[in-house]
Design a protein around this ligand. Structure first.
Ligand code: XMP
Length: 504
């Protein structure tokens, strides 16, 4: 395998992911576990937020590292550390260099790391320290546009690079990693999703043993994959699905059917009345969210009763922002609903997050390997507070009903026209206004529905989708004719930012 030593960069797991994409097994390890590793085929030292000159900055057991006798690549902090270990010095920076720079490759005696690379390409920097002195024998194999060394070579197979090859902004990054891994030809285990699944199942069995695992399911991709994975692991399992009354048309039945299809029993907790009563008369967005969040916790933990182990479908991007050196499985996303109570369980070692190393597309690949139907794996994201954020203002059963009906038509037409999977998310919202119209020969005074379809990569930014006019026309016509109480349909053409994806 390729062992990646995690010095705490927010990109550490991304290195692991790139190596997997290149077809090799890779895992992240805390640097202090180096000496206990099984013989790896290559080692990568990640970047990190600290300065190598700080007291107590994370170190590397250099002797143990070299004793492996395998190719070594230091990235950013990892490069500085290797530079020091080889007898060089590092100059602590005062400011952080962040963003694009140029990689200018030394062409005479070109390093194998840069095979097939253009002379000059874009790289991505995020560092403050720079190399100061190099020990004798150190080769500078590339510089930036200002002739500052950004890549070093200490031996046939030991390299350091100041930039981050794992991010897509480093245009030749994947090729550099590929070149590096080719130095370990034949010594690296091939990555396959089947083996990966088997390993995860083994790990779950070991971690859970004979305890009972509770997991909340929503029907979304992550919790579905998680529940099926636990099921395949054969551990004692309870899956709870909370119906908060804020679900889409037929959603509860669909989710029940979806789990039936994959053979995992779920318990439906009907809390519709509780939620709708609690939301009655409340129109402030934050107040609505708070009520829903707290009530969910009460209902979920109430139904779970006694929890031995709780499983969460946290993905790597959820933990990325809090990534620090150490076991990534020990981190949790604060807005991940559970906060205090989950943290308490976590401290007691009673939370497992089997998907925490994965990115969304890897979860989908794993789901397909587990036999989960395509449709379930490609469902659009749906917010925890459900339709409450799609009926701005007060949540009433009447407005929810309009929202459900309009949304169902919109989604049906997107599927029919082949646009569903070309959009990241799409939904109908009911605006908190009534407007005047004519129906038959009479004046109407009814609701306005806004439909929104966006593309996005990570939900941080989003653009509206240029749906064909014919598709929009059919959707509008059907909503106006089939949904009672609606006389106006609007198409939302707002980007995020400044708008958000949801209405509240
Ligand atoms: P916004 O509206 O902030 O949404 O642009 C970004 C993405 O997050 C989803 N979303 C949520 N998901 N709990 C969730 O699990 C929430 O409270 C929540 N609020 C928004 C939203 O649907 C979009 O995909």
């Amino acid at each position: 395998e390729v062992a990646v030593l995690d010095y705490g960069s927010q990109y550490s797991q991304l290195i692991v992911r790139r190596v997997r994409e290149l077809g090799f097994v890779s895992h992240l390890y805390p640097p202090d576990q180096l000496a206990t590793l099984n013989q790896p085929g290559a080692v990568i030292l990640s970047g990190g937020p600290r300065s190598t000159s700080e007291v107590g900055a994370p170190d590397v057991d250099f002797e143990a590292l070299m004793a492996f006798g395998v190719p070594i690549l230091g990235v950013c902090y990892g490069m500085q550390l290797l530079n020091i270990k080889h007898g060089g010095t590092v100059k602590p920076g005062v400011t952080r260099e962040y963003g694009p720079a140029r990689l200018v490759v030394k062409e005479d005696n070109k390093a194998p790391l840069f095979d097939g690379l253009p002379h000059d390409s874009q790289i991505w920097m995020s560092h403050s320290d720079t190399v100061q002195n190099l020990s004798s024998g150190t080769k500078v194999i590339a510089t930036n546009q200002d002739s500052v060394p950004v890549a070093l070579q200490w031996s046939e197979t030991c390299f350091g690079i100041q930039f981050h090859p794992e991010v897509t902004h480093s245009h030749e990054g994947t090729k550099i990693l590929k070149n590096f891994l080719s130095l370990a030809e034949g010594k690296l285990a091939k990555f396959s999703i089947t083996d990966f699944k088997d390993q995860m199942i083994e790990e779950i069995r070991r971690e859970v043993a004979d305890r009972e695992v509770i997991c909340g399911v929503s029907g979304g991709v992550d919790s579905t994959v998680l529940a099926v994975l636990l099921h395949k692991a054969g551990v004692k399992q309870r899956c709870l699905f909370v119906d908060n009354g804020l679900l889409r048309k037929n959603e509860r039945e669909d989710v029940v059917a979806q789990f039936k299809e994959v053979g995992v029993p779920i318990e439906v907790v009907d809390a519709r009345e509780l939620f709708l009563n609690a939301l009655s008369g409340v129109s402030d967005p934050e107040a609505k969210r708070k009520i829903i969040g707290n009530l969910f916790l009460d209902v979920f933990f109430g139904a779970a009763d006694h929890i031995e182990v709780m499983a969460q479908g946290t993905l790597y991007p959820d933990v990325i922002e809090s990534a620090t050196s150490g076991s990534i499985a020990s981190k949790i996303k604060t807005h991940h609903n559970r906060v205090d109570r989950a943290m308490e369980l976590k401290k007691q070692g009673r939370v497992i997050e089997p998907l925490a190393e994965l990115f969304k597309d890897e979860v989908r690949a794993l789901g397909a390997e587990l036999g989960i139907p395509h449709k379930a794996l490609w469902r659009h994201p749906f917010p925890g507070p459900g339709l409450a954020v799609r009926v701005p203002g007060e949540v009433t059963e009447e407005r929810l009903e309009i929202c459900r009906e309009a949304d169902a038509i919109f989604i049906e037409e997107l599927r029919r026209s082949g646009w569903y999977e070309r959009t990241w998310q799409a939904y109908a919202a009911v605006l908190p206004v009534k407007t005047v119209g004519v129906k038959g020969d009479e004046r109407s005074y009814e609701a306005a529905v806004s439909i929104r379809a966006v593309i996005s990569e990570d939900a941080m930014t989003a653009d509206w989708v240029e749906l064909p006019h014919e598709v929009l026309r059919v959707i509008s016509h059907r909503i106006l004719n089939e949904v009672k109480g609606v006389n106006r349909v609007l198409y939302d053409i707002s980007t995020k930012p400044p708008a958000s994806i949801e209405w509240e």
